[in-house]
Design a protein around this ligand. Structure first.
Ligand code: NCD
Length: 339
């Protein structure tokens, strides 16, 4: 497949739906928008690197990260460079925010230099606040315990592209069990909303939280119930219902930095652990996939890293392609039909 053969209609569909838009949450995304984005992702993934270099030539992405990041920061930076554009970094602790500049003024500044701005900030709602005054599109790369929509986009893309969940989705409901810190885990907050947006009837969701402090916020459970997504809560992954039905096990770390009471953190930090032995107890042990947004703090044993059921490294790579597609569609820099 070459750029010459791209299905222009599909490409245009992605552009029309994403062009110039901020991505702050997975709420409100539609199946059409997702299909168009994933079409573009598949297309980009199949190209030779030098065939992509004119897509975003001349474009500059501003990366403003006020919380630590490895995957999100580097994959956005790699994504724009693979599309022929460039990235500039604003490190929070070295910026004028330290001198008292507001987030809104920081947004008004970055829009002068950048075509799109990617922001990570410890405060829920802060990225939306910047977007409310910014003339350029803003991507939420994680706002405290709020959301992390592009992680959810790459997670769903991975689920749709792994053979076992893909087959299962074709036949009926896919059963996804989330284990870990549902209270503070923004990746899960975004992903469950995205599953509901994609097709609420296609999934059954289980939240496994070994401690009260880790439970999914009840507002999110109610919000998704209204949309028709079926969900259940469990204390242990060895619950019979979980063991019998899980197709996808999505693990998250306990988010130490979000705990005010460290005694609670100490109590819960090692309350679950996944390794080959624990996976063998699942009824679908041969076909289950294990996902994790990473970083991990010991909750997934390294003995699983080379196991074909572990897809957390695939998730990382997919993240770059999904972000390349997103930048291409939002920036709408080139009509690929000219190739
Ligand atoms: C996550 C994040 O920052 O929310 N990581 C990521 O972006 N891949 C998950 C986490 O920090 O636990």
């Amino acid at each position: 497949m070459s750029l010459r053969n791209i299905c222009i209609n599909q490409y245009n569909a992605a552009i029309i739906q994403w062009k110039n838009q901020s991505v702050l949450s997975t709420v409100g995304l539609t199946r059409n928008k997702l299909d168009a984005l994933y079409y573009l992702t598949n297309f980009i993934r199949l190209q030779k690197p030098n065939e992509l270099l004119s897509i975003c030539r001349g474009n500059v992405v501003g990366l403003m990260f006020m919380e630590p990041s490895t995957r999100t920061l580097v994959s956005f930076s790699a994504a724009i460079q693979r599309l022929g554009g460039s990235a500039v970094n604003l490190i929070g602790s070295e910026s004028s925010i330290v001198k008292g500049e507001t987030l809104r003024d920081t947004a008004r500044c970055l829009e002068q230099y950048c075509d799109i701005i990617v922001v990570r900030h410890p405060l829920q709602g802060s990225v939306a606040e910047m977007a409310s005054v910014c003339k350029r599109p803003i991507i939420n790369a994680g706002d405290g315990i709020g959301e992390h929509p592009t992680q959810a986009l790459l997670d769903l893309y991975t689920i749709l592209n792994e053979p076992c969940p893909k087959d299962k989705l074709g036949q009926g409901q896919l059963q996804i069990s989330f284990i870990g810190d549902m209270h503070n885990g923004r990746t899960v907050h975004s992903l469950v909303r995205l599953l509901a947006a994609y097709d609420p009837m296609a999934f059954h969701i289980r939240y496994i939280t070994p401690d009260q402090s880790l439970r999914m916020p009840s507002e999110i459970i109610s919000e998704l119930k209204t949309l028709g997504l079926t969900q259940s809560e469990h204390i242990s992954m060895y619950d019979k219902d979980v063991l019998r039905n899980t197709d996808v096990l999505y693990v998250t770390r306990v988010q130490k930095e979000r705990f005010i009471d460290m005694t609670t953190y100490e109590r819960v930090k090692e309350s679950f652990h996944i390794n080959k032995a624990s996976l063998s107890k699942f009824a679908k042990a041969d076909s289950i996939i294990v996902m994790h947004p990473l970083p991990r703090n010991g909750e997934i044993d390294e003995d699983l890293d080379n196991d074909p059921r572990s897809v957390y490294f695939t998730q990382m790579r997919n993240g770059m392609y999904v972000r390349m597609a997103l930048l291409t569609a939002i920036l709408e820099t080139k009509d690929l039909s000219i190739y």
